[in-house]
Design a protein. Structure first.
Length: 531
């Protein structure tokens, strides 16, 4: 039963955010998808207990550390009041679900850390193409998504079967982890510009972005392993009917050209693990990475048959590109391997007093472009680029968060808080920055936000590993209201695990739900909360 304040918030909220809000019974929030909603805001506005006073030692700290079978590159998901029907602890539980690179899905008691269920879905693929981005194994690499009403988790596993890598889509019952329908092998084909057929090849494609569930369809993005086999690998967005796992009739292939000056294709969808996004109409948004590598400065970009280094909006049935934005220096980004697609696209929630609807996306070069969701801006050869606002945030293998008309960027090593101004014209104002959080990998990290409506906003972040042995990651909590000196004060920080496979970035997203914070890292889940 929703309490009165919860009902009020749902009325005011964006429809696309209902995946988080649907679980907002008193003190019980569900986080069923990457960054909490299909807009990818990362904002939980229903956290009543974690405030500025409580999120400090000795009141707040580590409660549990749970051993898992492999590294975790996915974000945990939280569902309250799940009826567990298998295992040794049947009955109703608040459950946190974690999926590992070992292809194991865990259902753990969200309060005690006890393992209620676990299921291994097959042997992971060791060192795909020799790429070390994920350490020794690649199994479940993209964050699953849960349809709470039907109690179904959708997950894509990567397995080695008789020496052949295979992707398979599963629809699991969240109470038993049993398959609800027959799993589906990932297969796809697309016609190239010369009329030939290009077929999806699981041995050269990496399913890295968080999965998207929208309008009855499941979507997944695919990139490459370290840009290896660029002569074959290309960027895909594929979709399935969620109820049957039947593939959609159409798919999105980002480079359909039959030839390349240097036989190097790609235009991957990888986004450092950030999830594909969707608006209220079901249109799907994502970013793309590099394609050409020719030193002569030749680019095969044309906005139609090759759409590298771009923000892309496609129809829900994946039949057409509805809008695109490509920086005018697309050729230079390609040649420097300076992907715009290293960060995901976040949709700013609908606001009655602000038009147009906004989108924010950043890349390796540190530019955060704010765009019009309806008309992204296209491509202007030689410039100037057609964006709404531009902000410099630091090198970004990362993705933004949002709360209360503010964008949270996390490029470089600091959180920056940007207020969205609408009068006299659209602008972003830098109203505060955090202390540097360190880390010895590529620039950027990931954040989430919790608040009690608009009160006590807290920005949560997990650093990438430092140079210690073992390489440690750290959970941080920053005040979301800047001081008079424009500083986002640090409320808390503590070790939250390790990340020994430092050849691949730790793209860890902290998950905040029901007075607890969950951080998944190398072979463990840590649970923080009030003592």
């Amino acid at each position: 039963m929703y309490d009165r304040s919860c009902v009020t918030r749902i009325v005011l909220a964006s429809v696309a955010a209902l995946s988080l809000l649907a679980g907002c019974e008193r003190h019980h929030v569900a986080v069923t998808t990457y960054h909490g909603d299909n807009l990818r805001t990362g904002w939980n506005p229903h956290e009543e207990k974690l405030d500025y006073d409580s999120v400090q030692s000795p009141h707040f700290g580590l409660l549990q550390s749970v051993a898992l079978d492999d590294q975790v590159d996915t974000q945990p998901l939280v569902v309250p009041k799940v009826v567990i029907t298998a295992g040794t602890s049947p009955g109703k539980h608040e459950v946190v679900y974690v999926a590992t690179e070992g292809n194991t899905v865990y259902a753990l008691d969200a309060n005690t850390g006890a393992i209620l269920l676990s299921r291994n879905l097959g042997a992971p693929v060791p060192w795909p193409l020799g790429c070390g981005n994920n350490g020794p194994h690649v199994g479940i690499d993209g964050t699953p998504v849960i349809h709470r009403e039907s109690g179904t988790m959708y997950v894509i596993v990567y397995t080695l079967e008789a020496g052949i890598p295979i992707y398979r889509v599963h629809a699991l019952d969240i109470g038993s982890l049993a398959d609800k329908v027959a799993p589906a092998n990932v297969v796809a084909s697309h016609t190239l510009t010369d009329g030939s057929t290009y077929r999806f090849d699981a041995s050269v494609q990496r399913q890295r972005p968080g999965l998207l569930l929208s309008k009855g369809n499941l979507y997944a993005g695919f990139g490459s392993f370290c840009d290896f086999r660029g002569d074959v690998s290309r960027g895909w967005v594929l979709g399935w009917k969620a109820s049957t796992l039947t593939a959609l009739a159409a798919n999105q292939l980002n480079d359909t050209q039959a030839t390349s000056p240097d036989t190097f294709f790609l235009s991957s969808v990888w986004m450092s693990g950030y999830g594909l996004a969707a608006d209220e109409t079901g249109s799907v948004f994502f970013t793309t990475g590099n394609s050409d590598t020719t030193g002569a400065g030749v680019t095969t970009y044309d906005g139609h048959t090759n759409i590298q280094e771009s923000v892309v909006k496609v129809a829900s049935d994946l039949t057409k590109i509805k809008s695109i934005f490509t920086p005018s220096n697309v050729g230079g980004l390609d040649q420097a391997d300076w992907d715009y697609g290293s960060g995901g696209a976040m949709l700013v929630p609908h606001s009655e007093d602000a038009k147009p609807e906004l989108l924010a996306a950043s890349g390796k070069d540190g530019r955060m472009f704010v765009l019009d969701q309806d008309s992204l801006g296209g491509y202007a050869p030689g410039g100037p680029d057609k964006y709404l606002v531009l902000a410099n945030i630091g090198q970004c293998w990362c993705g933004p968060s949002y709360f209360d008309r503010k964008i949270v960027s996390s490029g470089g090593s600091s959180v920056i808080l940007w207020k969205i101004e609408t009068t006299p014209s659209l602008a972003l104002t830098n109203i505060g920055s955090s202390a540097a959080i360190g880390g010895a990998q590529d620039g950027g990290f990931f954040t989430s936000v919790s608040s009690d409506d608009k009160r006590n906003p807290i920005i949560w972040a997990v650093s990438r590993p430092d140079n210690s042995n073992p390489a440690a990651v750290t959970l941080y909590a920053f005040k979301g209201v800047p001081s008079s000196a424009h500083v986002l004060d640090t409320l808390f920080h503590a070790s939250a695990g390790t990340w020994p496979n430092t050849g691949g970035n730790a793209n860890i997203v902290p998950v905040v739900a029901n007075a607890k914070v969950y951080v998944a890292s190398y072979k463990q889940l840590t649970i923080f909360g009030l003592h």
